[in-house]
Ligand binder design. Sequence first.
Ligand SMILES: CC(C)(COP(=O)(O)OP(=O)(O)OC[C@H]1O[C@@H](n2cnc3c(N)ncnc32)[C@H](O)[C@@H]1OP(=O)(O)O)[C@@H](O)C(=O)NCCC(=O)NCCS
Length: 176
Amino acid sequence: MEIDLTPRSAAASRVSLSIVIMPGEANFYGTLHGGVMLRLADECGAIAALRHVGHGQITTAAMDSMIFLGPVFVGERVEAIAEVTYVGRSSVESRIEIFAERLERADRRKIGVGYGLYVALDDNARRHEQVPPLLSETAADHRRDEFARARQAIRLARRAEIRAEAQAEREQGDSQ
Ligand SMILES: CC(C)(COP(=O)(O)OP(=O)(O)OC[C@H]1O[C@@H](n2cnc3c(N)ncnc32)[C@H](O)[C@@H]1OP(=O)(O)O)[C@@H](O)C(=O)NCCC(=O)NCCS
C-alpha cells in the first residue's frame, strides 16, 4: 500500500471520548478510580495518534505526566479530548485533557492533563511505520514542538534507565 506522508495539522487529529461514571468505577471513597481515567485518556490519545497516521495500528509506548486536578463523582460525565503534539519517525505524542461535568448542568471543569506516546505499526503489528509530519506554521506551533521534543528526550532517557535496570536484574539473576 502506498503510504501518504503529507504533513497534517494537529487539529485534524483532534478527537473526544466520553463516559458516564457508574458506581462500579468508583474507589472505596466514592470517587472515580484513577485507573478508569487513565484508560479513557490512553484510548483517546491512541485514537488521535491513529487519526494522524491514517492507517495500520497504534501501540502505547509511554503514558506520562498525567496530573489529576480534582475528584470525579459517580453519575458525572467525563470527557477526554486529545490532539497530536509531536511526531518522530514512527512515534506520535498526543496531549490529552480530561473534563468532568454533572449531567444536569453543562459547566465542565478540567480535571486532568497528560501525554501519551504511541508507536505506529503496520497492519500486522510488525514493522514500525513512518508517520506523516506534523504541520508547524505559527509561533505557537514552534513553541509546542520545542516543549514536545524536551518531553520526548526525558522519556527516552527514562527508558534507557529502565532498560539498564532490567539488564542488571537479569545479569544478577543469571549469576545466582
Ligand atoms: C513500543 C514498542 C513497539 C517500541 O519498540 P522498540 O523496538 O523498542 O522500538 P524503537 O526503539 O525502534 O522505537 C520506535 C519509536 O518509538 C519511540 N519510543 C519507543 N519507546 C519509547 C518510550 N518509552 N518513550 C518514548 N519514545 C519511545 C522511539 O523513540 C522511536 O521513535 P521514532 O521512530 O519516532 O524515532 C515496544 O517497546 C513495545 O511493543 N512495547 C509494548 C507496547 C504495549 O504493549 N503497550 C501496551 C501496554 S499495556
